[in-house]
Each structure stands twice: as structure tokens, then as C-alpha cells.
Design a binder for this molecule. Structure first.
Ligand code: ADP
Ligand code: MG
Length: 277
């Protein structure tokens, strides 16, 4: 029995920020794990050739492993590349291998290059339905640190954008470009897309700077910013080296509790209107 209620439809959340090291991957895997631990059915799509989300979720992603490269470039089904996370039976992963680094360029000359991920997801949702499998509650897409075609595919496939913001200097730098990109995608490729959520990461409440950044973000994005901020915590950064999320690695740590709270907040919020799946 789920500890959290299922959303009325599958929610597809794209986790993006063209800056590296702001907590995209950490937030994707830990939110996914928190939702799965609460009994929900979750798919994580690793769209970053680095494959860090695959690592943290214990998915094999050696070069040659069936992966998002095969889905996006070869047109293979998502079902054919999925691996179940060892820690959470209701959490599946579509891994990324280094092969995906070539996809950014290979996609340029492909037909419907911006919508290949959306197609694959739509087909997979239909496949699960036809196979009588439990409906997915969440799909989380982890993006690379750029606004290239992989990220464009993730925006085109998603209903919601979640932006992690690191509470550091220059936190808001690049944000207007990111928002402009989301608006362009909405105009041309995906009218449903909404910037629904901002998550403050690596928050250290002892520093004035972190508090100032948090205040500034909340002022600019009062509706989107989650009340829960993720604290800086050594356990969070250690977990991936054990092929785990902090939710399974150290469930009582401050980082695990914060991610579980953030997941609960996201699940409580209404799914944006216009989402169709
Ligand atoms: P991105 O995916 O945006 O590049 P990551 O999620 O990989 O960012 O995080 C960048 C680095 O910061 C990683 O080494 C990660 O372990 C670390 N990190 C992320 N969140 C936290 C946190 N709350 N506390 C401590 N370290 C963190
Ligand atoms: Mg990452």
C-alpha cells in the first residue's frame, strides 16, 4: 500500500539546469527513490552521457549496455533498455552510457529530432497499459548540463520542469536563458510545458550567502520554490559511490529526510493543467 497517493495521471518531470554541479542528478535520483519508497511507480530516464543517475540507481551502464542511446538513435523501445533499481522494486531506470555523448551530434540530422524521447515515452505508456502493468506515477528525466538536443528532447517530452538551484554565488546566473529556452519549447514544440518547481540544493543555513540566495529565489519564484531546501550533507555525496541513493544508504540522514519531504511536497501539488498523460 502506498504511503503517498498516486497522481491522477503519470507526471513527467524534466530536471534541468545548463549549469553543472547544481544537484540535477542528485535531486532526480533521490526524489525518484523517495517516491518509490512511498510505494509509487517511478521511471528515471538518464539523458546525460555521464550516466551519473544510472550509477546512483545501481544500473549497469557500461558502454554497449542497452541504453538511451539505442532508444533515441536506433529507435529501440524504452521497455527494451529498462533495469530495475536493486533497492526499490517499483523504480526502473533507462540508463545512459557514454555512447550517448555522440547522440547530441547524431540527432542533428535525424527526422523529428526534437520529439524522439516524447515518442518513446508515449509508446511505453501505451505498452504498459496494454501489458496490464501498473501505471507509472512519475517519470523523471535527468538532463546533461547544456541546452542541446538531449535537453530539448527532455523538455519536449515533459509536462513540468524542475530546476535545482545551488545556494551559492551566481546561483541565478543563466536562469533567464534557461527560462527563455523553456518558453521557446512551449511556443514551438510542447505547449503543455510548465516551470512547475524550483528546488534549493546544497543549502547551508549557517551562511548569510545561502540565506540571501534562497530569499532571492523565493522572491522571484514564490509559487514554484519548494518550502523544503536540501541541506548540504556528506551522506548525500557519499551515496553514489555505493551505487545507492541517500534514501537507501542512510535513510535517517538530514539529506534523506529533506528529499522525502520535497517528494511529498511535489506529490501534494496539483499536476499542471493541460497535461494529458
Ligand atoms: P549536476 O547533476 O547538476 O551536475 P550533481 O547532482 O551531480 O549535479 O551534484 C554535483 C556534486 O555535488 C556531486 O558531487 C554531488 O554528490 C554533490 N551534491 C549534490 N547535492 C549535495 C548535497 N545536498 N550535499 C552534499 N553534496 C551534494
Ligand atoms: Mg548530472
Amino acid at each position: 500500500k502506498s504511503a503517498l497517493p498516486s497522481p491522477p495521471r503519470t507526471r513527467i518531470i524534466t530536471v534541468a539546469n545548463q549549469k553543472g554541479g547544481v544537484g540535477k542528478t542528485t535531486s532526480t535520483v533521490n526524489l525518484a527513490a523517495a517516491l518509490a519508497k512511498a510505494g509509487l511507480h517511478v521511471l528515471v530516464i538518464d539523458a546525460d552521457p555521464q550516466g551519473n543517475a544510472s550509477t546512483a540507481l545501481g544500473a549497469d551502464h557500461r558502454s554497449g549496455t542497452p541504453s538511451m542511446y539505442d532508444v533515441l538513435i536506433e529507435g529501440d523501445t524504452l521497455a527494451s533498455v529498462l533495469q530495475t533499481c536493486p533497492q526499490f522494486p517499483s523504480l526502473v531506470v533507462a540508463p545512459a552510457t557514454l555512447d550517448l555523448s555522440g547522440a547530441e551530434i547524431e540527432l542533428v540530422n535525424m527526422v523529428s529530432r526534437e520529439t524522439r524521447l516524447r515518442r518513446a515515452i508515449e509508446d511505453y505508456i501505451i505498452h504498459r497499459n496494454e501489458a496490464g502493468l501498473t501505471r507509472l506515477d512519475y517519470i523523471l528525466i535527468d538532463c546533461p548540463p547544456s541546452l542541446g538536443l538531449l535537453t530539448v528532447n527532455a523538455f519536449t517530452a515533459g509536462d513540468e520542469v524542475l530546476i535545482p538551484i545551488q545556494c551559492e554565488y551566481y546561483a541565478l546566473e543563466g536562469l533567464s536563458q534557461l527560462i527563455k529556452t523553456v518558453e521557446l519549447i512551449r511556443e514551438h514544440l510542447n505547449p503543455h510545458l510548465q516551470l512547475s518547481t524550483i528546488l534549493l540544493t546544497m543549502y547551508d543555513q549557517r551562511t548569510n550567502l545561502a540565506r540571501q540566495v534562497a530569499d532571492e529565489v523565493r522572491e522571484h519564484f514564490p509559487r514554484q520554490t519548494l518550502a523544503t531546501a536540501i541541506p548540504r550533507s556528506v551522506r548525500v555525496s557519499e551515496a553514489p559511490s555505493h551505487a545507492q541513493t541517500v534514501i537507501s544508504y542512510e535513510p535517517s540522514s538530514s539529506g534523506a529526510l529533506a528529499y522525502r519531504e520535497a517528494a511529498q511536497e511535489i506529490n501534494q501539488r496539483a499536476q499542471p493543467a493541460g497535461a494529458t498523460r
